[in-house]
Design a binder for this molecule. Structure first.
Ligand code: TLP
Length: 345
């Protein structure tokens, strides 16, 4: 079986550039971005900064690079970042906060990926305690991947932002899927981003670009991030070829995420009707579904689904993950539902 024969719901990162996106890439005007002379990169960065309501933005190779650059600029070695325990930075970025920036994470137990001010405030280290790490950043992930694509409530985002100000901390948003949060909630990405000092968001997930993320913040922050990106080997040359895909994605592929959310609901509702599956249907806010098979192991489930032409991934311990995206059609969803019934019922 070639990969094309599978319905691939492992992640929204598996999407391939559409013919129109490839055309935009083919036709992109390019220059040397290390001299800041690539017009397409500059156009993407200006467009993204405007969309996110920030002074400036920077095109980076990946979501991990985006998050890690932000943390590196915001902290000094020995500092601490307060986060939710299932967040991507803590679980899926190869220990990079320690490796790249010499900092540590302080993970708190959230509900559906949400940590509240009453949990965060006691976790902030007293400045007088010189023997403790220095709290420097509060981090929030929206949507929250491991919690199942859940949307962070805006009032909680605002309250955490006030707390960050009160204690003179920086506030970082891992907005890899902020587009999904925005489309599902009707709250603009600008509104979400407004409360944060730094934002990282992905072009290569639901938006369908083959590569790239954007980080955004103040001009001074971006100047420093630009410097660090180069020192990490992330200074690219005629990268407008890739930025063109990102620009196309931002201009054309945000509103259509609503369709991915509808498709995820269709799958989730069928799963919720099965006795052999544990799922929190109310927590399916966007394009991610996490569910627990009760009669077979996740490993067996992955194999059985694959044999029938369906690829799923592991969400967290004992949970499977399914993500809808622009390369799955409505007939694919029908076939997915049929396979899920055959495997789990
Ligand atoms: N998430 C990937 C895997 O790493 C799990 C996926 O398939 O969902 N923040 C969040 C919230 C993410 O979900 C991801 C990727 C990243 C950052 C990192 O993005 P990349 O993969 O571009 O480095």
């Amino acid at each position: 079986m070639t990969m094309d024969k599978y319905i691939d719901l492992r992640s929204d990162t598996v999407t391939r550039p559409s013919p129109a996106m490839r055309k935009a890439m083919f036709e992109a005007e390019v220059g040397d971005d290390v001299f800041q002379e690539d017009p397409t990169v500059n156009a993407l960065q200006d467009y993204a900064a405007e969309l996110l309501g920030k002074e400036a933005s920077l095109f980076v190779s990946s979501g991990v690079m985006g998050n890690q650059l932000c943390l590196n600029v915001l902290t000094n070695p020995g500092d601490e970042v307060i986060c939710e325990k299932d967040c991507h930075i803590f679980n899926y970025e190869s220990g990079s906060p320690a490796k790249l920036s010499g900092i540590q994470m302080f993970p708190l137990d959230g509900k559906l990926g949400v940590i509240t001010p009453s949990q965060v405030e006691p976790a902030i280290r007293p400045i007088s305690a010189y023997y403790m790490p220095r709290t420097k950043v509060i981090e929030v992930e929206n949507t929250h991947n491991r919690a199942g694509g859940t949307i962070q409530p805006l009032d909680n985002i605002i309250e955490l932002g006030k707390l960050a100000k009160k204690y003179n901390l920086c506030y970082h948003l891992d907005g890899a899927r902020i587009w999904n949060a925005s489309v599902a909630s009707g709250i603009s990405v600008k509104e979400y981003a407004k409360y944060f000092d730094t934002v990282s968001c992905c072009l290569s997930k639901g938006l369908g670009a083959p590569v790239g993320s954007i980080i955004a913040g103040s001009k001074d922050f971006i100047v420093e991030a630009y410097r660090i990106r180069k020192s990490w080997g992330g200074g690219m040359r005629q990268v407008g070829i890739l930025a063109a895909a990102g620009l196309y994605a931002l201009k054309n592929n945000i509103n259509r995420l609503e369709e991915d959310h509808r498709k995820a609901k269709m799958i989730a509702e069928v799963l919720a009707g099965m006795k052999s599956i544990e799922i929190n249907l109310a927590a399916v806010h966007t394009n991610i579904i996490i569910f627990k098979p009760l009669k077979i192991s996740v490993d067996d489930a992955l194999i059985k689904c694959k044999e029938k032409g369906l690829l799923l991934s592991i969400g967290s311990h004992n949970f499977l993950r399914t993500i809808t995206h622009l390369d799955v059609s409505f007939p694919d969803i029908d076939r997915t539902i049929k396979i899920l019934k055959e495997v789990f019922e």
